[in-house]
Design a protein around this ligand. Structure first.
Ligand code: HEC
Ligand code: HEC
Length: 358
């Protein structure tokens, strides 16, 4: 081979592998976050391949409030998940997407989700990692392709650096987006309600007499009139534990011809009409209620459990034994509602760590 040609090929090769791009920026390892163990709560559950870090959560918080994730740059996750209302959708029965299309489910509260194992009202998504990207592509929600969303973020001055700090590389990818959103949502905890303070120190932080009666009704088994035992409202069977949900899917008697519900996941007709039992923490601010937002107030919810249970083949057996409902007095219902108000956690609702960074 001609020597000169050889040399110039060599040089060509050289300049090709020495592109005059900026050298990849080096980022220090992100700072691990360990969430404090709270009295009466289960230990933290965090995916082994996505440990929480200060920088990962911070990126996730930006993405949660980022309108660039929607097709017309107007909607973010926070548009339908407002922190002041436990991340529910501003009292709306159904959420409205960027095209004006209206969904058919009530937006869900977001907190303590590290202790949940299925997502959405019908449980159709098994992991948070999968869950967080779905609203972006959903045509009646944010209606944007993940590819476009990634490209839009990559072009900003802000995000390459935030991704670099969180994941060691300034390249935006859908997987890193999902991981950062997962970290942010897992970091959202509600553990400091009046009720929590009462549990930790009942002498310093007592419940008043209505709240105490309401709590006792909530925690006691139903006893039919004439049984001679004090009656209970039986709520704890599904809304029990310190999380105020036992994380089950049940039919709580809303309809005679119930909706598909959890059977969409299992294909099992015995799961028709079963929906995720929501936590009752912060329930005073999350109305309207149920998967389709059919009840405007907690009074309406109490009337449902008290006198309007609808029987169907999959109705929960505990509720079935109550006939049309609990038959509580007006005072009993009011006391249960007073107790539910003790589950409102204003520390969480106002926590600056969950607010918009913009
Ligand atoms: C247009 C309104 C809207 C937008 C935008 C939206 N959500 Fe939601 N979100 C909902 C509704 C409605 C549900 C319940 C849907 C269902 O059950 O089918 C929900 C459910 C969820 C849940 C499940 C909670 C649980 O307990 O199972 C999570 C987590 C969530 N959203 C996170 C997000 C994230 C992250 C974003 C942004 C990427 C987002 N949402 C954007 C309306 C919205
Ligand atoms: C058999 C299980 C079960 C029992 C018992 C039960 N619930 Fe529920 N509860 C559910 C399920 C499931 C839902 C969601 C149903 C849906 O949306 O289709 C729900 C929803 C609710 C909601 C609406 C929450 C929201 O975010 O929309 C409130 C409030 C509520 N229940 C309060 C109570 C009270 C108070 C009691 C006791 C009187 C009680 N529940 C007893 C299973 C139960």
């Amino acid at each position: 081979m001609n020597r000169l040609l050889f040399v110039s090929i060599l040089m060509l090769g050289f300049s090709a592998c020495k592109p005059d791009l900026k050298p990849a920026k080096e980022y220090p390892a992100p700072t691990p976050v360990s969430l404090a163990q709270k009295p009466f709560f289960p230990p933290a559950v965090v995916p082994a391949d996505n440990p929480l870090t200060v920088q990962g959560i911070e990126l996730g918080r930006h993405l949660f409030y980022e309108t660039k994730l929607s097709g017309d740059n107007t909607q973010s996750c926070a548009s339908c998940h407002n922190q002041e209302l436990a991340f529910t959708d501003n009292g709306r029965r159904f959420s409205v997407g960027i095209t004006g299309a209206v969904g058919s489910r009530n937006s869900m509260a977001l907190f303590n989700l590290m202790w949940t194992n299925r997502f959405f009202w019908d449980g159709r998504v098994a992991t948070m990692r999968q869950q967080v990207l779905l609203p972006i592509e959903d045509p009646i929600e944010m209606h944007e392709s993940l590819q476009n969303a990634v490209a839009k973020l990559q072009q900003t001055n802000l995000y390459p650096d935030l991704f670099g700090k969180a994941f060691g590389s300034d390249v935006v990818t859908t997987e890193r987006m999902a991981k950062a959103l997962e970290q942010f949502i897992l970091s959202i905890q509600s553990t400091d309600s009046k009720f929590d303070r009462f549990r930790v120190n009942p002498v310093l932080n007592p419940l008043n007499s209505e709240e105490t009666r309401g709590f006792n009704l909530f925690m006691r088994e139903f006893s039919p009139p004439g049984s001679g035992r004090p009656t209970g409202a039986d709520c704890f069977h599904c809304h029990g534990t310190h999380l105020f949900t036992v994380n089950n899917f049940t039919n709580n008697g809303l309809d005679e011809n119930p909706a598909v519900g959890f059977s969409i996941v299992t294909n099992d007709p015995t799961d028709i009409g079963k929906f995720k039992t929501p936590s009752l923490r912060n329930v005073a601010v999350t109305g309207p209620y149920m998967h389709d937002g059919r009840f405007a107030t907690l009074e309406d919810v109490m009337d449902h459990y008290n006198e309007h249970l609808k029987s169907s083949p999959t109705l929960d057996p505990n509720l079935k034994s109550q006939g049309v409902g609990l038959g509580l007095s007006a005072q009993d219902k009011a006391d249960i509602i007073a107790f539910l108000h003790t589950l409102t956690d204003s520390v969480y609702l106002n926590n600056p760590a969950y607010k918009s960074p913009f």
